[in-house]
Design a protein. Sequence first.
Length: 294
Amino acid sequence: MHIPLPRDDRIDSQPTPEAPMDHRPQLPRRLGPVLALALAAAAGCAPDGSSPAASTAALEADQVLADSLIGAWVEAAGGMDAWHGIESARYTITTVWYDSVGEIRRMRPRRVEYRKVDGVEQTRIERPEAEGLYVQTFTGSDMWATLNERMLEPGIRAWDESEYVGRDVVYWFGLPYKLYDPGVNRRAGARDEGGYEVRITFGDGVGLQSGDRYFYYFLDDDPWPEQVHYISQGRGEESRARMYWDGYRTVGDFTYVVSRLYRDTEMNPTRELRHDDVELNPVLSDSIFRRPGS
C-alpha cells in the first residue's frame, strides 16, 4: 500500500530550494489573557472573579494553576468539544532527521489510522522501510505487527513496540486534550525568567512509561506552549529532549501543531516531527483493526 508523503501545497512552512527551512526557535504569537487567567486561578477565583467550582477548590494551588494554563491552551485549540467530536482520524506523521549542519539527512513517513471504540483508543500505523511495509496495530487490549502482510512474532522490535508507538502517535496528535486523561498529574509554577512551567507526570499504568516527565513552558501572553522538554523512560533507557513548536493548522474546530523541532544543547536542529494530511472522522473498516487470520 502506498503511503503518501506530506504534500507541499498543504504545508505553509514546507521548505523549498529557494526557501530553506527556518530553524529559529520561534512560534507565531497568539495573544490571550493567559497571565490574568493564571493569577486568578492561583488566587482561587474563576476568571470572572466568582468562586471556583467545588472540584477546583479541592486542588492545591499549583494544580489549579496548571489546569488554568492547560485550559487556556485547550480553548485556543478549539475546546474540549473539538476533541470529543473526533471519533476517528487519518494523518501522516513524518520524522525528519538533520545532519550536523542542519540539512535534511533522512525522512520517514508513517500513516496513522486512529479511532475511538467505546472509550478505547485504537491505532494502525503503516511504516515503509527498506525491507518492506510494516504495519503496527494496537487495539487497547491486543497488539501485533506485520511485514509485507506476514505476521511477525513477539521479540521482534516492530511487534514489541506496537503499543508504545500506538500510544505515542495519539499523545502528540491529541495534545493538549490528552493532558486531561485520568491518571495524568498536572502541576505548575512561575519561572524566574518569566512565564510558567507546567510539569506532567503519570500515575501507575498511565502514559507510555510511569517514569516519564514532561515540562511545558508558557509565555505570559500566549496560550500555546513555547517549548516542551521531556525525560522519557521508553524503550528501556532514559532519553532527554527539548522541542520547539511551529505552525498550526485547523481542520473543522480542531487545531493541531504542524511541526515539533528537536534541538540539542547548542540549539542545532536534530530531528523534526511533522503532522500532515489530517482527515477527521473518516470511515475506518473494522477489518483493519482485526488480527490477520482471525
